[in-house]
Design a protein around this ligand. Structure first.
Ligand code: PGA
Length: 150
């Protein structure tokens, strides 16, 4: 297990499936001041809509169904995203469901805070840890169970 430090300024990924985009935009608007102190990025459509609605800079990656979730996952693995608000839709299946599952797995593996609904997002954003450095615990290759004692 490795220990890594989050800085005070979080690198936040914002993602919402289509039926949840309105809720995420409203949540960002409500929390605009606090979020403006952090680095924001997101999947293509979500990032663009949030930027237009709030005026906040949100770096857009590809749209989720076109690989955006995988890009965000790669950024988490590289330490370039360390916080995620992901309003996924619990009432419809997505063409990119495997990518969603992979993204959530990577987020757990790299021990980043993740909110998947508004209440959790509220709890996260009001945590004192938002204003502090924070230690996370990341598994290393030595933690992977291997056959043949590799
Ligand atoms: P979008 O992607 O922001 O481009 O709509 C989100 C998603 O479906 O994962």
């Amino acid at each position: 297990m490795n220990i890594d430090n989050f800085g005070k300024q979080k690198k936040i990924a914002l993602i919402a499936h289509d039926h949840r985009k309105k809720d995420l935009i409203e949540w960002v608007l409500e929390n605009k001041e606090l979020l403006s102190g952090h680095f924001l990025c997101g999947t293509g459509t979500t990032a663009t809509l949030i930027s237009e609605a709030t005026g906040l800079p949100v770096t857009p990656y590809k749209s989720g169904p076109l690989g955006g979730d995988q890009q965000i996952g790669a950024l988490i693995a590289e330490g370039k995203v360390n916080f995620m608000i992901f309003f996924w839709d619990p009432l419809s299946s997505q063409p990119h469901d495997p990518d969603v599952k992979a993204l959530l797995r990577i987020a757990v593996l790299y021990d980043i805070p993740v909110a998947m609904n508004q209440s959790t997002a509220d709890y996260l954003l009001t945590s004192p840890l938002m204003h502090e450095e924070h230690e996370r615990h990341i598994m290393t290759v030595r933690d992977i169970p291997r056959e043949h004692g590799l």
